[in-house]
Structures are given as structure tokens and as C-alpha cells.
Design a protein around this ligand. Structure first.
Ligand code: BGC
Length: 353
């Protein structure tokens, strides 16, 4: 083999080495790029509440914020923005418009007027933003308009039945409730907003459960206090002026109104033995404390933790494009979390939450 031949071979050898090296380098670089952290994604959740001052809902949203934080991963951050509908559907519609304009991937909507979601649905559909309605349930026909709408809440009838059962047990085991010993329990009702699915259904099912349980009832009065403690105080004071010590039982559609009734009794200086038995629903922090203090006779736990976590997980799954079968949604739309009776045996568990 001559010099030329050797040089040619060497040259070919170098060329081959260079080509191999370049190939190896590009593979190595590609490999590095492949291992680079993927671009972080940001899930922006826009929440609107009918009224940020509502006790149960503000406790629920506090849980939701924590849950959203806990569901963050290295690849996906979650940002929650909460806006106040200020008890006006028009204001709430504007809040949603602003949230969408500002950039939003999933909406969580607590309607002011549960029969008027159209404007919000139209805006969300236009930008393909899924909606999780919560606590105030839109009518079926509205939810059927689009397959990217969901509802997270609880079954109002269940809470009413439980309240009725708790009250019946209490009346059976506390003979002093029937203060005038006429064998009939004189009662008053404090109700939430008319039109809210939880108001009318809770009342009806609590009263019919008491009757089914064999408790003889006489309704003295039914007052609307819109879920609100101050309004309940006023309404209870008025009923006390009218019926005085005849009131033996107060059934309130939620804890805040039960607490308002207790405030009225306290203000009027009614002593413990002469007070009616007061029942609420929700198990809010102050509601549970009233059970501990013995001023409220009973409540039904409304699972804000469960509802908040379901909403947060659903929002993340919708954003990630995951399959939703693990949510076991009824009609691919509804998730109802169960209520629980608060009893002396399980009270501690709820206080720790
Ligand atoms: C809760 C109330 C709350 C209302 C607001 C109900 O489900 O029990 O405490 O005020 O929802 O929509």
C-alpha cells in the first residue's frame, strides 16, 4: 500500500471519526434536551361566589385554596382567583367576563340566581372553558346544554331527613322539650333564600321525617332569613314577641340561622331551661362550637372538605385532559357528597377538621 493509499485511508478514517463524533454529539445533545424539564404549565381557576361573606361557602373556599395548592406538581402550577358576585347575577356575570378576559382555564361558579346561568354558559362555551358549578344547583335543562359543565354539591333531602331524625331522637330523650306538656311540639322554621334548592327541600324533608318518626307537631311560624345570622336574629326576636315561651323547637335550614336564633334567645335573657331546642345544618366552625357549648341541640355535617377537594381534583383533571371515570359522576355531570349527622360520638372528628 503506497503513501497515498495510507493517507487516503487516514483521511477517510478521520472523516469517519468526525462523522461519528458529530453523530454522537448530536445524539448526546438531543438526549440532554429530552431530559430537560418540560415547560411548566399554569392552571388558572376562576372562582365566583354569590356572596363572599357566606359562612359555609367561605369555609369551603378556604379548603379549596389549600386543596388546589396541594395538587400542584413540578409540571403544573395552580392559581386560584376568587371574585364576589355581591348577591347580584349581573355583577357575577361581569366577574366571569373579567376572569375569562384575564385568562382562565376552568371556571368554578356558585350562581347568585341558580335559574339564570345563561350568560355565563355562553361566555364559557365561546372560549371552550369548562364550568364546575357548586352549591347552587342549576336546573337540569341548563346543564344539559353543553357536555363540559359539572355540578358539585350535596343532596338537600338527605340533610333534611337527618335533621328531622336528630330532632326526633332529641325530643324522645329530652322530655323537657315539650315544655307545656301537651304532647305536641310547637315549632318555628328559619329558612334560606326562596328558590335555593337547599331551602325548601330541607324544610319539607325535616318536617315530614319528624312526623314519620311519630312526633306530633304544630307549626307556629315560618320565616325567611336568607341563610343569614343577623336576619335570623331579627326574625327570631319577632317570633318570640309574638309567641313567647310557646316556641319549643327551632328548625333552621343552616347553622348561621340557628346561631342567629340562639343570639336572639341570649339577648332576650331566656335561661337555659326555658329555651327551645335549636337545630341547624352545615357544621360550620361556630355551629360545632355551639354544639360543644350546649346552645345548639344538633346539626348535620355538610361536607365542605369533600366538595372542595372534588372541585379541585375535577378542575385539574379537566385541564390535564384526563379521563373522568374515577369521579363516578351521575349522568356524567353530577357529584353529590354525603351529609353526616353530628353526634356526641363523632363530634370530635369534625372539630379536628
Ligand atoms: C348552606 C348554607 C349556605 C348556602 C349558600 C347551603 O347549602 O347550607 O349555609 O348559606 O348554601 O348557597
Amino acid at each position: 500500500m503506497g503513501e497515498n493509499g495510507m493517507a487516503g485511508k487516514r483521511r477517510r478514517g478521520w472523516i469517519l471519526t468526525a462523522v461519528l463524533l458529530a453523530g454522537w454529539l448530536s445524539l448526546a445533545l438531543e438526549g440532554c434536551a429530552g431530559r430537560q424539564a418540560p415547560q411548566k404549565r399554569y392552571l388558572r381557576i376562576g372562582v365566583v361566589m354569590y356572596d363572599v361573606n357566606d359562612t359555609f361557602l367561605s369555609e369551603l373556599i378556604a379548603c379549596f385554596r389549600e386543596d388546589a395548592k396541594s395538587l400542584q406538581t413540578e409540571e403544573r402550577s395552580i392559581n386560584v382567583t376568587v371574585r364576589d358576585g355581591e348577591k347580584s347575577q349581573r355583577t357575577e356575570d361581569s366577574c366571569v367576563e373579567e376572569l375569562i378576559d384575564g385568562g382562565c382555564d376552568v371556571l368554578c361558579v356558585n350562581l347568585v340566581d341558580r335559574t339564570a346561568p345563561s350568560r355565563i354558559i355562553d361566555m364559557a362555551m365561546e372560549r371552550d372553558i369548562p364550568i364546575i358549578f357548586f352549591n347552587r344547583e342549576p336546573v337540569k335543562e341548563d346543564l344539559a346544554q353543553w357536555d363540559r359543565m359539572y355540578y358539585v354539591g350535596s343532596d338537600p333531602e338527605e340533610s333534611g331527613v337527618m335533621q328531622g331524625e336528630l330532632a326526633a331522637d332529641y325530643i324522645r330523650s329530652h322530655s323537657g322539650v315539650d315544655r307545656n306538656k301537651d304532647g305536641v311540639i310547637q315549632y318555628v322554621l328559619l329558612e334560606g333564600e326562596p328558590g335555593h334548592q337547599d331551602a325548601i327541600i330541607r324544610t319539607e324533608s325535616a318536617v315530614s321525617t319528624l312526623t314519620r318518626e311519630g312526633v306530633q307537631l304544630e307549626k307556629l311560624s315560618r320565616q325567611i332569613a336568607n341563610w343569614n345570622r343577623a336576619q335570623a336574629l331579627t326574625k327570631m326576636s319577632q317570633m318570640m314577641t309574638q309567641y313567647g315561651s310557646r316556641i319549643e323547637l327551632v328548625l333552621a335550614n343552616n347553622d348561621d340561622m340557628a346561631l342567629g336564633a340562639i343570639d336572639a334567645l341570649r339577648q332576650a335573657g331566656i335561661t337555659e331551661g326555658s329555651r327551645p331546642a335549636v337545630f341547624g345544618i352545615d357544621g360550620t366552625k361556630e355551629g360545632l362550637q355551639a354544639i360543644v357549648d350546649g346552645t345548639m341541640a344538633g346539626t348535620v355535617y355538610h361536607d365542605k372538605e369533600g366538595q372542595a377537594m372534588t372541585m379541585a381534583k375535577l378542575a385539574a383533571a379537566l385541564y390535564d385532559g384526563e379521563d373522568l371515570s374515577s369521579f363516578h359522576l351521575k349522568d356524567w355531570t353530577y357529584c353529590y357528597l354525603p351529609y353526616q349527622k353530628v353526634t356526641p360520638e363523632n363530634l370530635e372528628k369534625f372539630l379536628e377538621r
